[in-house]
Design a protein around this ligand. Structure first.
Ligand code: ARG
Length: 464
């Protein structure tokens, strides 16, 4: 057992209590943030005359030495310590002696862990954003190359109207773009430094919180020291944004699984992103897409877990908050892995354009356009809808499609049909004429792609 607080105790902590209470097995993830925060803290203490410059230099030298040794694998993070903060402090004192004991002046583990977690989360926000950007780039490439790759669009998973692959991918582009906007908002809102809040009531030392905030790349210090140590809103917001990303990835995965099925064959997932069966030699399974869909559950779980942990906590710090870490780390890693693998899978997937086009050509995806044709010939839309409904029924009965009927046959249903009907309901026309903003018509899609190209060229969180 190695703890920072033995003074007022007369007995050793029970071993099970110690283990239950300890967090080092998972908060060792915060090692780099802990060292970085401590360096900023002592730099400020010296600037304020609370430490001498020599003391500061000795402590910083000790801290950077610990960091180098851990990074080089010469020093293991020993789980006999209660938490990562104790590990760093104890090692510092071992290394530089009594001056190391001054590190924690004017600081509590409450503001320390609040800072570490915030620094770590901020970095995760940036990394997640960069991975989303990679995915968006892949989607945009597919969009550019498939302005005229026709496919059926679905409602209720029933063929509805024709669209293009560019348009379909464009829908996901918008979702992941919003996901990035959410991350950017979270970044701006969370980018305030809790260091200097102490246990919860600040301190009597003349700390310069603006200075440490600046050293650590924050917009400024947080404004209420009680809130500073008790706030995990930013983490909940991030888990919520991560959940939303997973929800989008999961929907996309579901479609890819369907598209990759033998019945659809719209896409073929690359061998490198597929797996086989131990018994059925013919199988090539979309496991990556299924796992991404499946892992959505654990990310939602992390969000629910932290929301629930926080809901009954009186101010300020409570040990319950230690429970933020494992679930949050797991969710952050899961989402990054999913994004990386998903982007790889999508960028290597082959599209079966022939199958998509063929599928769009049957199933009456042009029925709306046939009705619109009659409207253009002066038939009120509701009547046109009824006429085309009867026409579809007729075609189903004859096992044929609207455009395969002769003009005579069409005219038995409505005398408004003329020879220009065939062009009006061709796949090309159906798509090309859809020129409202956001529609699949290649001309409007080109404009959307141009907007999105400019968007991707903008500076991102990484450059903040
Ligand atoms: N391991 C703790 C956590 O993650 C660090 C803060 C401990 N503070 C305290 N007063 N026990 O929340």
């Amino acid at each position: 057992m190695a703890q920072l607080w033995g003074g007022r105790f007369t007995k050793e902590t029970d071993q099970m209590v110690y283990d239950f209470n300890a967090s080092i097995t998972f908060d060792k993830t915060l090692f780099h943030q802990d060292v970085e925060g401590s360096i900023a803290h002592v730099t400020m203490l010296a600037k304020q005359g609370i430490l001498t410059d020599t003391e500061r230099d000795e402590i910083i030298k000790g801290l950077t030495g610990i960091r180098e040794d851990v990074d080089a694998g010469n020093l293991m993070i020993d789980t006999k310590y209660e938490d990562i903060h104790s590990f760093v402090e104890a090692n510092l004192i071992d290394r530089i002696g009594d001056v190391g004991k001054k590190l924690h002046t004017g600081r509590s583990r409450n503001d320390q862990v609040a800072l570490d977690m915030r620094l770590y989360t901020r970095q995760q926000v940036v990394e997640t954003d960069a991975l989303l950007k990679d995915l968006l780039q892949v989607l945009l490439d597919v969009m550019e190359n498939n302005l005229e790759t026709y496919m059926p669009g679905f409602t209720h998973l029933q063929k509805a109207q024709p669209t293009t692959l560019a348009h379909h991918y464009g829908a996901y582009f918008e979702m992941f773009k919003r996901d990035r906007q959410r991350l950017s908002d979270i970044y701006d809102r969370m980018n305030y430094c809790p260091l200097g809040a102490g246990a919860f009531a600040g301190t009597t030392y003349p700390l310069d919180r603006d200075y440490t905030a600046k050293l650590l790349g924050f917009e400024g210090p947080t404004m209420n020291s009680m809130d500073s140590v008790a706030d995990r809103d930013y983490l909940i917001e991030f888990l919520s944004a991560l959940s939303m990303i997973m929800m989008h990835l999961s929907r996309f995965s579901e479609e890819i699984i369907i598209w990759n099925s033998n019945e659809y064959q719209f896409v073929e997932i690359d061998d490198a992103y597929s797996t086989g069966s131990s018994i059925m030699p013919q199988k090539k399974n979309p496991d990556i897409a299924e796992l991404v869909r499946g892992k959505t559950g654990r990310v939602y779980g992390a969000l629910m877990s932290l929301l629930t942990t926080m809901k009954g906590l009186p101010l300020a710090y409570n040990k319950d908050m230690q429970e933020d870490k494992e679930v949050a780390f797991d969710a952050m890693n899961t989402v990054k892995d999913c994004l990386m693998l998903f982007t790889g899978m999508v960028s290597t997937m082959k599209f079966r354009m022939d199958r998509m086009q063929k599928s769009a050509m049957n199933g009456f995806t042009n029925a709306t356009d046939a009705a619109d044709y009659l409207v253009n010939k002066g038939v009120p839309f509701r009547d046109a809808h009824g006429i085309i409904g009867r026409l579809v029924l007729y075609c189903i009965d004859k096992e044929t499609s609207i455009d395969a009927l002769s003009l005579e046959e069409l005219q038995t249903i409505s005398d408004k049909f003329e020879s220009d009907i065939y062009d009006a309901v061709s796949l090309k026309t159906c798509v090309e004429k859809r020129l409202t903003v956001g529609a699949p018509g290649p001309e409007v899609m080109k404009a959307v792609i141009a907007v999105n190209k400019t968007y991707l060229a903008q500076e991102d969180l990484q450059s903040k």
